[in-house]
Design a protein around this ligand. Structure first.
Ligand SMILES: Cc1cc2nc3c(=O)[nH]c(=O)nc-3n(C[C@H](O)[C@H](O)[C@H](O)COP(=O)(O)OP(=O)(O)OC[C@H]3O[C@@H](n4cnc5c(N)ncnc54)[C@H](O)[C@@H]3O)c2cc1C
Length: 324
């Protein structure tokens, strides 16, 4: 893997840092401009922690207007800005730069509206992915994309990275589960794209923003779809004596038109590590283990489990266990 080369530092920006701090403190509450070495130390990296660089300053705006004014100022003064959600990204997108302002969305942590009738939630971008499900689960709803970091990662970061998880096989990634956004462009212009309805007219600008890794603007609001929890969820744990048989079984399940909610293969080393850590009860003698999660109505899931069992047997599985 080639080494990541960080952009060259603009010394002119560093030389006018006192002027920059002073002006930022006029735009937002001075308490929300962090510039002391001790204050900015925790922000020196993100999930790609092999790389570190302290930012020029960390700003923590509290509303869209403040974001817009910060970006207007930075645009005018030619200062780089790196947006940051929860900092769990593994590709270094929220990695700070010595000559850049790190714009944290940490104070954008409120859900604005829950609309069960239209099956959507309007939220600020700093709310965690799991926080959305927690807010709607009392009515049996949930937000489908589930990155493994969902307890910590922010929905704004999910949009910027087009994040997905194990259930993306059936329910898609972030781009398939958002309806609208508010975004502040790098020159400070505030734009709204989409809304509560499916399919907007004109160009698919949301498709462009989703996955743009914070390079096109700062997302300040997101409208996400929420789904009714499936009636029944069952997982089949299937052991195989070779990884090739397990792989062939995956191909055949998909080829037969079955779209499981999630499907993963683990090799023997991983199965052992998981068993040792969490006493998961996975088959210890299998060279490969496949987890197939099926969801839907009782009738649908029972039928699909039977079909998956038949395909697994055809592919020489060594064990099948159904978790209810
Ligand atoms: C243990 C672990 C497991 C993970 N599992 C998965 C997984 O299963 N699937 C997956 O897709 N990812 C996974 N990730 C990666 C990461 O969690 C996701 O990419 C997540 O979406 C990042 O969200 P964040 O809030 O932490 O964003 P950050 O890391 O803060 O930022 C990520 C990028 O988004 C930009 N950004 C953040 N907020 C905004 C905003 N409001 N406006 C504009 N740009 C913004 C940043 O500039 C940066 O480029 C995992 C990470 C960890 C540490």
């Amino acid at each position: 893997m080639s080494e990541l080369v960080l952009p060259k530092i603009n010394k002119e920006t560093i030389s006018k840092k006192e002027y920059i701090f002073k002006n930022l403190a006029k735009i937002i509450n001075p308490e929300n401009v962090l510039s002391h070495a001790d204050e900015i130390k925790p922000y020196e990296t993100d999930g790609l922690s092999a790389y570190t660089q302290t930012p020029l300053a960390v700003v923590m705006p509290e509303n869209t207007e403040e974001v817009s004014n910060i970006l207007k100022f930075c645009h005018k003064e030619n200062i780089k800005v790196v947006p940051r959600g929860a900092g769990t990204g593994l590709s270094g997108g929220a990695l700070p730069l010595n000559d850049a302002i790190l714009l944290s969305l940490g104070k954008f942590n409120k859900i604005i509206e829950i609309d069960f009738e239209n099956k959507c939630v309007v939220t600020q971008p700093g709310v965690t992915n799991l926080g959305i499900t927690h807010a709607v689960q009392h009515k049996n709803f949930y937000y489908a994309p589930d990155p493994s970091s969902q307890i910590a990662c922010s929905i704004g970061g999910n949009v910027a990275e087009n994040s997905g998880g194990v259930h993306s096989l059936k329910y898609g990634t972030t781009t398939n589960n958002i309806l609208g956004i508010e975004i502040v462009m790098m020159d400070g212009t505030i734009c709204r794209i989409g809304g509560k309805t499916l399919d907007q007219e004109g160009y698919d600008l949301m498709g462009l923003i989703c996955g743009s890794e914070g390079l096109l603007g700062v997302i300040t609001e997101v409208t996400v779809k929420i789904l009714k929890k499936p009636e029944v969820v069952k997982a089949a744990l299937i052991g195989f004596s070779s990884i090739e048989d397990a792989g062939q079984c995956v191909s055949e399940i998909i080829a037969k038109g079955i779209i499981p909610a999630g499907m993963e293969i683990m090799d023997k080393a991983l199965t052992k590590a998981t068993n040792d850590y969490s006493k998961a009860g996975y088959p210890i003698d299998a060279e490969a283990m496949m987890i197939v999660e099926l969801d839907g109505t009782e009738t649908e899931v029972s039928e699909l489990i039977k079909r998956v069992e038949d395909i697994a047997k055809k592919n020489k599985c060594s064990s099948i266990k159904i978790n209810k």
